[in-house]
Design a protein around this ligand. Structure first.
Ligand SMILES: Cc1ncc(C[n+]2csc(CCOP(=O)(O)OP(=O)(O)O)c2C)c(N)n1
Length: 269
């Protein structure tokens, strides 16, 4: 079930960026499996009531990968799938970085380093009001270069925000080079543990591993959870996988055709 959702997210994301001549397809393909498991199996949300007070909150901090989330929201019924065809147009409701004006989107991002601080504040507010809603934030590895994240890590651990889960899309590629060549993060899991978080590391493309980890939060009952998900930028398209140029490049017609063929179906499959 979530495998099919991930496939549809990839098909939609590829079609959207190709049509709009937009960037960031590698970034979206990297998180397609994570987003599919979240929306398919984990998040307590209701497409008929996007503002339902008891809903879980999902924050996409790497807002440049918005096509993956727009596709998931449309496939889950938050808005008509026809909207996806307008992505990138001047009058489209779907802006090029994730926007809270879209039904189901909690917070606008794109300037990296804001998602986790917002999610931590939201988790504290929900807990203070006695609500059982959980908060999930999906971050990129490169955005950990922003110091705001490390303040939020301190804040969440200090307040024991066990209703907060962060997921790192650890694909080891940024926009121009590898993480290791830009600003080394290793040993990343040890750093999060030292900041007081419960930490797990998984294959971020394994739906079973994602489901098992995310359905069991909070892992020790009293601490925020950090899931380090090892991923491949461009996952699912042979000529995009682990290739830094697909951060900015948009597929041409022939490349789109090949990429869609690799998903096991056409754009309307
Ligand atoms: C504060 C800020 N600085 C710079 C950028 C420009 N920018 C967009 S994506 C990106 C880095 C992409 O690498 P990563 O964060 O690891 O995300 P991925 O594309 O791998 O998902 C940068 C520097 C930005 N969006 N925000």
């Amino acid at each position: 079930m979530t495998q099919d959702l991930a496939r549809r997210i990839r098909i939609n994301a590829l079609s959207m960026v190709a049509r709009a001549r937009a960037s960031h397809i590698g970034s979206a393909l990297s998180i397609a499996d994570i987003v599919a498991v979240l929306y398919g199996d984990i998040l307590r949300v209701d497409p008929r009531r996007p503002d339902w007070a008891e809903r879980d909150r999902f924050i996409l901090s790497k807002g440049h990968a918005c096509v993956a989330v727009y596709a998931a929201l449309a496939e889950q019924g938050f808005f008509p799938t026809e909207w996806l065809d307008t992505y990138g147009a001047v009058d489209s409701p779907l802006l090029n970085h994730v926007s809270h004006t879209v039904p189901g989107v909690e917070f606008s991002t794109g300037s990296l380093g804001h998602g986790l601080p917002f999610a931590a504040g939201k988790a504290l507010a929900l807990w203070t009001r006695g609500q059982t809603s959980r908060v999930f934030a999906l971050l990129s590895d490169g955005e950990l270069d922003e110091g705001s994240n490390w303040e939020a890590l301190l804040f969440a651990a200090h307040h024991g925000l066990s209703n907060l889960t962060a997921i790192i899309d650890f694909n080891n590629l940024q926009s121009l080079d590898t993480v290791d060549n830009t600003l080394r993060l290793a040993p990343l899991a040890d750093k999060f543990a030292a900041f007081g978080w419960a930490v797990r590391e998984i294959d971020g493309h394994s739906h079973d591993a994602l489901r098992e980890a995310l359905s069991a939060v909070p892992w020790d009952g009293k601490r925020p959870c950090m899931l380090v998900a090892h991923t491949v930028k461009g996952k699912g398209v042979s000529f995009m996988e682990n290739k830094v140029e697909w951060h900015y490049r948009a597929p041409d017609a022939a490349q789109l055709e090949q990429a869609l063929a690799e998903q096991g179906g056409g754009a309307d499959a």
